[in-house]
Write a protein that binds this ligand. Structure first.
Ligand SMILES: Cc1cc2nc3c(=O)[nH]c(=O)nc-3n(C[C@H](O)[C@H](O)[C@H](O)COP(=O)(O)OP(=O)(O)OC[C@H]3O[C@@H](n4cnc5c(N)ncnc54)[C@H](O)[C@@H]3O)c2cc1C
Length: 390
């Protein structure tokens, strides 16, 4: 792996930096985080600006170094967060890019890049979270359609999504991992009901989704029937391996702001707090190195330059190394916002403060996209080669 930047990559960075400096001051204020329709409009408008300026395809098509430069520069400049486009851009889109037919890629990928369509993820169910393979939502083939009935939960952005990457059971008699299928569900299909759930932070960013005999065309199936577990592992590899990459840069930006705030309000005199901030700085620097390794090794494998040396990586899909990243990142993020509360002192009781809201949402990071215990199991089994727990 060569992490040195070429002249062309340095030129890309300079061009992007200039473009960001010219457009960011022109953006309207970000909408209230509790108003998801307004957030969708804002996030997709930003995606459209990236598309028009030729920066939209960096997540899928560009060289890994270009992708890292893009994420680094946009976060460093404080550009809008990927937000409502998270699933479409960072794991449904990449899954379709790897597993979809040419027609499916043509149908679904350009609208995500243009910010025209938003995706959500319908994997978890009330009794199927960590143990995803126990899911019960049924899809029965009827002519050219699947007829889907069941319930999903914790579906982020469901309220504002056009499409859902949906995992269903198509063969109830097969061993539980072998009877699943990955479908693209149109969220406006008759029989889809979305009921928002309120989070600790006061936002309704996820929802329950009820599916009552919803007809989904068989052409919306990505991968073969009953091969959905394998396709889902591709989705989860992108979700854990690369989807949170930009947020590491954002955390480093917050860390810098914490140090400045601590200097300004006198908290910097506390040696314990200073050590804590220093250790977090080292943690986030190490996480960035881990990202560079995971992303560039996966891309090298995709380009046919031999198998990825990242643990478990192959064919452009991040490997089990993504679980190492997800495990450490989600804890470091919580520690960062705990430190923010220390810096804020009594100000940590102000629910309107950006850092306080982010502290509340950081609690979910060790659960969403697979809990820390599950990531530890993956690291133990697939990287360390320890025996399976069960
Ligand atoms: C903010 C947020 C957004 C989310 N967005 C989505 C979304 O968009 N789409 C979606 O499909 N899902 C989403 N989820 C759901 C998420 O993927 C699940 O909550 C997660 O997989 C855990 O499943 P569970 O809640 O059923 O907990 P459980 O599986 O019931 O786990 C409960 C506890 O038991 C532990 N545990 C379970 N099994 C094992 C084991 N084998 N070994 C060790 N420990 C174990 C877990 O680690 C956990 O601590 C989201 C969750 C959150 C918090």
């Amino acid at each position: 792996m060569d992490l040195a930047y070429t002249e062309e990559e340095r030129a890309f960075r300079a061009r992007l930096r200039d473009w960001l400096a010219s457009v960011l001051p022109t953006l309207p204020a970000r909408p209230d985080p509790r108003d998801w329709p307004a957030r969708r409009a804002y996030d997709t408008a930003w995606q459209r600006m990236l598309y028009d300026a030729g920066y939209a395809d960096v997540h899928w098509d560009a060289a890994p170094t270009i992708r890292l430069i893009f994420l680094e520069e946009t976060e460093r400049a404080g550009a809008p967060y990927v937000g409502a486009n998270f699933v479409g851009l960072l794991h449904a889109g990449p899954t379709i890019a790897v597993e979809g037919t040419p027609a499916q890629r043509q149908r679904w990928l350009p609208p995500v890049l243009r910010g025209d369509e938003v995706w959500c993820q319908g994997f978890s169910e009330p009794d199927a979270g960590s143990d995803l393979a126990s899911l019960r939502t049924r899809a029965v083939r009827d002519g050219d359609d699947y007829v889907v009935t069941g319930a999903k939960i914790w579906t982020s952005h469901a309220e504002v999504a056009d499409w859902c990457e949906l995992l269903v059971r198509t063969d109830p008699d097969a061993p539980r991992h072998r009877g699943l299928t990955w479908l693209a569900l149109p969220m406006d299909a008759p029989g889809v009901t979305v009921r928002p759930l309120r989070t600790l932070a006061g936002t309704a960013e996820f929802a329950e989704v009820f599916l009552d005999e919803v007809r989904v065309p068989a052409g919306n199936r990505v991968g073969a029937e009953n091969d959905g577990w394998r396709v889902t592992m591709v989705t989860l590899s992108f979700e854990r391996g690369t989807a949170f990459v930009g947020e590491v840069v954002a955390c480093r930006r917050v860390l810098g702001a914490l140090a400045r705030a601590a200097r300004a309000n006198g908290r910097w005199d506390d040696a314990v707090l200073r050590r804590r901030l220093g250790r977090l700085n080292a943690d986030f620097a190490a996480l960035w190195r881990l990202i560079q390794w995971n992303v560039s090794e996966a891309a090298a494998a995709a380009a046919g330059r031999g198998a990825s040396t990242a643990p478990g990586g192959s064919g452009g899909v991040p490997g089990a190394g993504g679980s190492v990243f997800k495990l450490r990142y989600s804890h470091a993020r919580q520690e960062l916002y705990d430190a923010a509360a220390e810096v804020l002192g009594a100000g940590a009781l102000d629910a309107g403060h950006e850092w306080v809201a982010d502290r509340l949402s950081s609690l979910s990071y060790t659960i969403a996209a697979g809990t820390s215990q599950i990531q530890q199991n993956i690291v133990a089994e697939r990287i360390l080669g320890l025996p399976k727990g069960r």
